[in-house]
Write a protein that binds this ligand. Sequence first.
Ligand SMILES: C[S@@+](CC[C@H](N)C(=O)[O-])C[C@H]1O[C@@H](n2cnc3c(N)ncnc32)[C@H](O)[C@@H]1O
Length: 438
Amino acid sequence: MGQVGDTLRRAGYGTQGDNTRVENPARDLLWALFDQSTPVALGEVTAHCEPDLPELLARSGLVVLDGARLVPRVRIVRWCDLFVAGDLKGADSLHDDAVFAVSGTTSILENLRLDRPVKHALDLGCGSGALALRMASLADKVTATDINARAVAFSRSNAALNRIETVAVDRGSLYDPLQGEAVDLILGNLPFVLSPEQRLLYRDGNKPTEELVTEAVLGAAEHLKPGGVAQFTCNWPIRDPDAEEWVRDLAARTGIDMLAIEYRRRTPLDHTRNWNRPARATDPEVQLELEQRWTDWFKAQEIDHIGFGVLTLRRPATARSGRFSYFVADRLPEAGGGRQVDRMLRALDAPLTRNSVPGPVPHVVFQQLVHDGSGYDAMPAEIFSAESAGICLTVPPDAIATIMAVDGCSNVAEIVGPDGSGYDTLDEAYRRGLVTLD
Ligand SMILES: C[S@@+](CC[C@H](N)C(=O)[O-])C[C@H]1O[C@@H](n2cnc3c(N)ncnc32)[C@H](O)[C@@H]1O
């Protein structure tokens, strides 16, 4: 399998070339075959790719030779610096145990992942193994676990495809394969979709997802070493008027730190349609029945909205009770957003005092000046971290000077002045990882 990865890499599969779009027929053929899941002519592949490629692909089981055509059996995507294989598109309508190469939520977790070297990392519900393979670059050892035997097989062959030898893949539910061992970093893009359904393993898991996510989060508290961090994609029920209640109660049960970031909030009907696209429904009556069943289920539990976000948990390095913060994001996270999360976690440890000396972090300020015909009015400013976790701070125009006075030399008392105005802005910027004490 490693040879296949080497060949794909040499062919530039999954790269865009430069701005002038360099001609590369081999790359285009591989793109059609593995990204678009389209059969390609054997003669074309032989003419443009390395001569032994068709045989290599057939031997590895990634394609079948069907007369004069190569027919893909898997989808392979280039994701970050990896090749990741999974089932062909639409496999979930054929198999309950479908495994996808990567999904949008895989990337959300990857973007929020803390970027520090660790000894032992765990990918819970590894699917294709994409997150485990990414963690291999910062962990001495990675354990990847899944209850789906097909996911275990994909994870193993994806490790081989990328010549990564430090990922051990074990079949089992949640933390069972760890057999009590504690780890430094856990990523869990587990099934999290709140619904009455119990059908698709990747979406619904092997038990009601609220139960699964709760067990995963409580289990993290038991399996993290001091200072260790766990991150989970998650849906949570929102009952008005307290959007944070379910998450706050869960955090209290763990007894460790939790930072909750809400990225989306949907009504039960929007949530239902998002996970059962009406456009795909062949029978409107079936779709209506499904929408009714899902929305009745939410109504019976008095759920007004469904939150989607990421829960980051950390076992404090010293013995103290857990701390909790909840943020509503303005955007999805970008690559490197874990750096902002890291600062937000550190802010839980050390509150800002009058003697603290905050320093700036790379950031962007968006502010509009509106001319009403007679002069400019400054609008509130939005401050985003570069490498953003999606969490910004909106400050009134007269408070932006406080943020701009952060220079890494002046202490808080000097920045906010004798009347202390501006302290709340500075403290909120600190809690949001937009200034730092490092
Ligand atoms: C949403 S998929 C994500 C897969 C992969 N982490 C990714 O990001 O592409 C969730 C995965 O969790 C697995 N899973 C479901 N229930 C599980 C359980 N109780 N323990 C371990 N894995 C489970 C599913 O088989 C599936 O592979």
